[in-house]
Design a protein around this ligand. Structure first.
Ligand code: G6P
Length: 613
């Protein structure tokens, strides 16, 4: 949700910034801009829409660009003010000397704007960001150093921010500061980088510093100094970058989404190798350090957003069955604004791929304040959310670039499965024979997933037939209710086709009114208690002339005639089936969206990490 970069060094500054922004494109693509500081002037280039437009603006101005020594850049996901060039960052002070880029939301911008306007400051955009430029500029003009002006200026701001700030008269430095929005400093010889996230510096630096809230970094070509808001020098830990440049390449796939879908069997294999080594061996925690007092836990709440919330839904279904403990799930944005019952005997699990989702962070922070035990399940152990964790369960899915979550969802399900089994083993809530059977089927999952992926052509041909429809309904029961919701979410977010998921039993209470030959229904079926009921629901759909597609793990010749198309996955027990049944749903959404010519990796209006509430 907005990405920012900064660079100071001897390389071509504009190119470095554009390259950094390219790898942060998943954070927003409403507009983009850079500012270049060349020791005598500040040049600002902006473009509306996708980053490619900024590449064109910069290349058509190539002759104007002198030899900048530093620069900052921004890619925007619009919050305050439309996606126009006027609202694109970087934003300049009224004298054109101070410039900044911002990720976050300044909540008290209206009050500050009124005050600044009274003092004569002129606003040139509708953004909340512009108040930050003026409050820092106001301090600077009082005669303090840029660094001190930043400290004093940001102390007036409430909300969330990560800033990169430059001043025309101080071309030898960039100031970086953050509160509730991520920011890293990439360290190298004779050059240093600033970025919202690691992909922007992968392959460029080997060492990074994670900036914490309330820290101010003065970044120069040859050194970086980090202080707190009172100016005290901090001894920051320098960390090695744990990713290689491979992770941000498409590896020949047309889109990151397709690459990430295809990575899933290997991710499963890697995770299983650490935690479930054989069906007759106990679940192994491996490197995961669980500091949880299970004796104290009376209830479990799982808090998440988007796809991660669907992983929570599957977990509720499976854990209540395996552990006999009540599990509540809730959208983080709802949990944080009501009087919930979380207390010291609660286990609160925050699931977040990015670890930067503002609502989920606020939720787990609140839970921590209520003395609950907090477990964070995330793909980014280096993310902001882990600050509130008693324990962290890393997903190990590798960096996910496509905005639509795929491999991280499978990794979330797998993590919750093996952890659930671990707890069941500790609490003896499942018989050893049953535990063994579940583990055996888990170990077979990667090969079965490969089998589904090898059927991609068939899935594509079904997707092609769906291109003409404006709406699609997904139905399922049991643990696959989440599959129906996730399948529908995937389709709507990347194809813009209206898609809704329902518990199949709910169809007759309203949605059935939508059914006719123009409304295809995708039924997700697994073997188990509700299979017969699912078939009845499918009959009801068929009787309304709707096109009916099965995504199924059940071999049932008698049912075949019911469906216009069938996408099969290998047989699997019901509780584990969401992991397999979700794969055709991911591919269906992918091929449909690609067939319609959508920008699959960067769907409109979305961003990968939503760092605002
Ligand atoms: C955004 C993304 C979704 C994601 C959700 C939660 O909306 O577009 O794909 O599921 O955020 O993200 P998280 O990083 O917390 O899992």
């Amino acid at each position: 949700m907005c990405g920012i970069v900064g660079y100071i060094g001897n390389n071509a500054v504009a190119d470095v910034l554009l390259d950094g922004l390219k790898s942060l494109e998943y954070r927003g693509y409403d507009s983009a801009g850079i500012a270049l500081n060349d020791n005598g002037g500040l040049d600002v280039f902006k473009a509306g829409g996708k980053l490619n437009n900024l590449f064109e603006v910069v290349s058509s101005n190539a002759l104007k660009i002198k030899k900048p020594t530093s620069g900052i850049g921004h890619i925007r996901w619009a919050t305050h003010g439309k996606a126009t060039i006027q609202n694109a960052h970087p934003h300049l002070s009224n004298d054109g000397k101070l410039v900044l880029v911002h990720n976050g939301i300044i909540e008290n911008y209206k009050e500050l704007k009124a005050e600044l306007e009274q003092e004569g400051f002129v606003f040139n955009s509708q953004t909340d960001t512009e108040v930050a430029v003026h409050v820092i500029d106001r301090e600077y003009r009082k005669g303090c150093s840029l660094e001190q002006a930043v400290r004093q200026g940001v102390s007036l701001l409430s909300g969330a921010f990560a800033f990169c700030i430059m001043h025309k008269d101080e071309a030898d430095c960039i100031i970086a500061v953050r509160k509730n929005a991520p920011l890293i400093i990439g360290l190298s010889d004779d050059e240093n980088y600033i970025a919202s996230d690691i992909p922007a510096v992968i392959g460029k630096v080997k060492k990074i510093i994670y900036l914490n809230d309330g820290e101010v970094a003065v970044v120069r070509k040859n050194n970086v100094e980090v202080t707190d808001l009172s100016g005290n020098l901090l001894n920051k830990k320098v960390e090695e970058i744990g990713f290689n440049p491979e992770v941000i390449s498409k590896h020949g796939y047309k889109h990151f989404m397709l690459k990430e879908i295809n990575e899933q069997p290997d991710i499963l294999r890697k995770v299983l190798a650490q935690h479930i080594k054989a069906s007759d061996l106990p679940v192994n925690l491996g490197q995961v350090k669980l500091k949880l007092d299970w004796q104290r836990i009376e209830n479990i709440s799982i808090i998440a957003c988007g796809t991660s919330l669907h992983a929570a839904m599957v977990t509720k279904y499976v854990w209540e069955n395996w552990l006999g403990l009540p599990v509540q799930i809730e959208a983080a944005s709802e949990y944080i604004y009501r009087k919930n019952t979380t207390g010291k005997n609660s286990l609160v699990i925050g699931i977040s791929q990015s670890g930067e989702t503002a609502d989920t962070i606020t939720a787990v922070k609140q839970a921590k304040e209520k003395s609950a035990q907090v477990l964070i399940v995330t793909n980014r152990e280096d993310s902001s959310i882990v600050r509130y964790a008693d324990s962290v369960l890393p997903l190990e899915a590798g960096i996910e670039i496509s905005v639509a979550a795929t491999k991280s969802y499978s990794a979330q399900l797998l993590a919750m499965y093996w952890l659930g089994l671990y707890v069941a083993e500790q609490k003896k809530t499942l018989q050893p024979a049953e535990l063994g059977k579940i583990k055996q089927e888990m170990l077979e999952l990667p090969a079965k997933m490969e089998e589904v992926l090898s059927n991609a052509e068939n899935i594509k041909s079904v997707a092609d037939k769906l291109q003409a429809y404006k709406s699609v309904i997904y139905i399922a029961r049991g643990s696959n209710q989440a599959s129906a919701l996730e399948g529908a979410l995937k389709l709507k977010e990347i194809s813009y086709i209206n898609a809704n998921g329902y518990a199949a039993g709910e169809l007759k209470h309203g949605p059935i009114a939508l059914l006719d030959e123009n409304m295809p229904v995708i039924a997700v079926l697994a073997q188990g208690e509700t299979y017969a009921k699912m078939l009845s629901n499918c009959e009801e759909v068929k009787a309304r002339n709707a096109k009916l597609i099965a995504v199924t793990s059940v071999k049932d010749k008698h049912a075949d005639n019911l469906f216009d198309d069938i996408l099969r996955v290998p047989e699997i027990r019901e509780d584990l089936s969401p992991l397999l049944l979700n794969i055709p749903l991911q591919l269906l959404a992918y091929y449909l969206a690609d067939g319609l010519g959508r920008e699959v990796d960067q769907p409109r209006n979305l961003a990968k990490s939503v760092t605002v509430e």
